[in-house]
Write a new protein. Structure first.
Length: 652
């Protein structure tokens, strides 16, 4: 068709200059009292010595108003390259048998290159009587003429046209013509299929699919065979069993189009196929979520051929049920790519009872690393049914499963699990796991809608635990917040028991917002213990720089008030670091002098660069930011910060 279009374009080029005139001519109405007068005038133009452009205009108008008497006049123009194309287009849509006769006669007389357009027009008109003359042209020495004739025979349809195409198909060797004939065969086959004659369509498609045909035509034929099959599943099986790689490829691709009732025979045949075909079937039938694939997928997953094992494991994700849990767990604990494939399949399983089966597997497992892997899967599946097992593992002696279980509890435990979590906290020794348990409890408390009730479970446990237990739980209450929690913390701070007093201080320093800022500042100033003063100061600096409604100027004033209370460089550095959250030019003025203090210069560099990051602060205060950034560039030891400072300076 590319060749045909090219030829048509070449024929239409001379007509471009006359398009404007054509448009004007097409708008002229015929005289109401002489219905054929316009046609007569147009025919006179065609018989005259008028330029080719005017004749082309007349042809285009005759396409709309011409009657049968126009046919011979238009046909006479078919032999002239200057007028052949517009004349042919005018004839193409005329509903008269004389048009076909005129075109066939012209096809025998015109010069070679003009035959291409006439063959195209005969194909568009679909007249069966044109088959013999087109058949002669299929073997023409000019491949473009042969292509046009083959295409026309494909469009005409019918037994005679098909026979002509089939005869030529057997003999033709030229690639262009061979493809055109193949396309014509495919068109005939498609028509037979549309008419319901599946057997005839299959016979034609088999000609296209013959081993000697060009690959694209073979593929078209093979696909057509499958579409025309009475039993598409059986045809696919036959192709998959064939040693021809192309047949296997087309057969596998067609599985996506098969009806659901054609899939079970394919699933049952998986084990009989060569390994490479088994892999394809496992993948394609799994994509269809065909349940009858399950036995084959289980067998492959338990096999010893790596590629098949991986294919089976992946397929179980789509078609597996509870019976798939055991082999998937075995593979999960195998590690490497097999373990990874099993993990993803376990995450994908959606059948009933999967989480219960995984919990049972976890309870049966003794090795810590394998339990940790199962805990990861249960967490990723968000298996809330496993929360009791998570609690047991979180209290267990093995570090790796314990860490996984605490993480799972943080995400999956419900407020109803808080008493058990608090009990877990009381049993957990000092260290990373204790901090993780506190974090888990805090996150679960956030799931309680009423902020004033979030600490109820911890408060109840604290009251029941006595002074030692209360001292353990008070810092946690400080993280949770609430009026009752604060009252308990205040009482502990005022207590004469050193352990309880210190726990109250820790709790106050953990408080989540700035409502306790005044008390923290008082403790940072007046606490008798240096350590306690440091705790309070650092907590004060943290809470006053949290996002809040407090104006930036007030926050900066509090930071300035805190600086004289800082007895250590690490505390002064914290104040400078937290100042980055107060985005004002006054903050820059506060921090910049510390660039000259070696112990604090690097943290001052970081804060100034963070302030300069904000264009709406940096640009209006260029005069102050430029020298500050230049000092950062000179003093900073972090190259990334230097690069950022240089970029901000250049942008101003």
């Amino acid at each position: 068709m590319k060749t045909i279009n090219k030829a048509m374009n070449c024929l239409t080029l001379p007509l471009a200059p006359c398009l404007l005139g054509l448009c004007l001519l097409s708008t002229l109405p015929a005289a109401a009292d002489e219905p054929d007068a316009e046609e007569a005038r147009l025919l006179d133009v065609l018989r005259s010595d008028a330029p080719a452009g005017r004749k082309a205009e007349a042809c285009f108008r005759l396409k709309q108003v011409g009657k049968e008497r126009s046919v011979p006049v238009l046909a006479a123009l078919l032999s002239d390259p200057a007028t052949a194309h517009p004349a042919r287009l005018a004839l193409e849509s005329m509903p008269y048998p004389s048009v076909d006769a005129a075109l066939r006669e012209a096809l025998r007389q015109v010069e070679e290159r003009l035959k291409i357009g006439i063959a195209i027009t005969l194909g568009q008109r679909g007249n069966p009587e044109s088959v013999p003359v087109l058949t002669e042209l299929v073997a023409d020495a000019d491949p473009e003429i042969a292509v046009a004739a083959a295409d026309a025979l494909g469009r005409i349809g019918g037994a005679a046209a098909l026979a002509a195409v089939q005869d030529a198909w057997e003999e033709e060797q030229r690639p262009q013509a061979k493809k055109a004939l193949g396309d014509a065969l495919a068109r005939h086959a498609g028509q037979r299929l549309s008419d319901g004659d599946r057997a005839a369509a299959r016979a034609i498609y088999r000609e296209l699919a013959a081993a000697g045909a060009p690959r694209p035509l073979r593929m078209a034929g093979l696909r057509g065979i499958l579409r025309a099959a009475d039993d598409g599943g059986a045809e696919v099986l036959a192709m998959l069993r064939d040693e021809d790689r192309l047949l296997r490829q087309v057969g596998a691709a067609h599985i996506a189009e098969l009806p659901a009732d054609a899939l079970p025979p394919l699933a049952r045949a998986v084990g009989e196929m060569p390994p490479v075909v088994q892999e394809v079937l496992l993948e394609t039938l799994a994509a269809r979520r065909e349940p009858s694939l399950r036995p084959a997928a289980l067998a492959a997953a338990r096999g010893d051929r790596l590629s098949l094992q991986l294919a089976g494991l992946r397929a179980l994700s789509a078609v597996g049920d509870v019976s798939a849990v055991e082999p998937l767990v075995d593979a999960l604990l195998h590690g490497n790519e097999i373990g990874e494939a099993a993990r993803w399949s376990l995450l994908g399983l959606r059948a009933n009872g999967i989480d219960d089966a995984l919990v049972a597997a976890l309870q049966d497992e003794r090795l810590p690393a394998r339990r940790a892997a199962l805990l990861d899967v249960l967490l990723a599946r968000r298996a809330k049914v496993a929360v009791p097992v998570f609690l047991n593992e979180a209290a267990g002696p093995d570090a790796e499963p314990r860490s996984r279980a605490i993480e799972a509890l943080a995400r999956l435990a419900a407020p109803s699990d808080l008493p058990a979590l608090v009990e877990l906290r009381l049993k957990t020794e000092r260290g990373r796991h204790r901090d993780d348990v506190e974090r888990a409890i805090m996150l679960v408390c956030q799931k309680v809608p009423d902020p004033e009730q979030r600490g109820d479970a911890v408060l109840a446990a604290a009251r029941a635990a006595g002074s030692p237990g209360k001292a353990v739980l008070l810092p946690l209450l400080g993280r949770i917040g609430g009026r009752e929690s604060l009252a308990q913390i205040q009482a502990a701070i005022e207590s004469n028991e050193p352990e309880l007093h210190e726990a109250g201080l820790r709790a106050l320093c953990n408080w989540p917002d700035a409502t306790v800022a005044d008390q923290l500042l008082q403790l940072a100033t007046n606490a008798a213990n240096d350590t306690h003063r440091q705790w309070a100061l650092r907590a004060f600096v943290r809470v006053i720089t949290l996002p809040s409604e407090t104006p930036a100027t007030a926050k900066l004033a509090l930071l300035k008030q805190a600086m004289p209370l800082a007895a250590r460089d690490e505390d002064r550095g914290l104040i400078l670091e937290r100042a980055a959250a107060v985005r004002t030019v006054e903050t820059l003025r506060f921090v910049a002098p510390y660039l000259d203090q070696p112990a604090l210069a690097q943290v001052a560099c970081r804060t100034i660069v963070e302030l300069a990051h904000h264009k709406d602060l940096r640009e209006p205060n260029r005069a102050e930011f430029i020298p500050a950034l230049e000092k950062v560039i000179a003093a900073c030891k972090d190259q990334q910060l230097v690069d950022r400072a240089e970029r901000y300076r250049q942008e101003m």
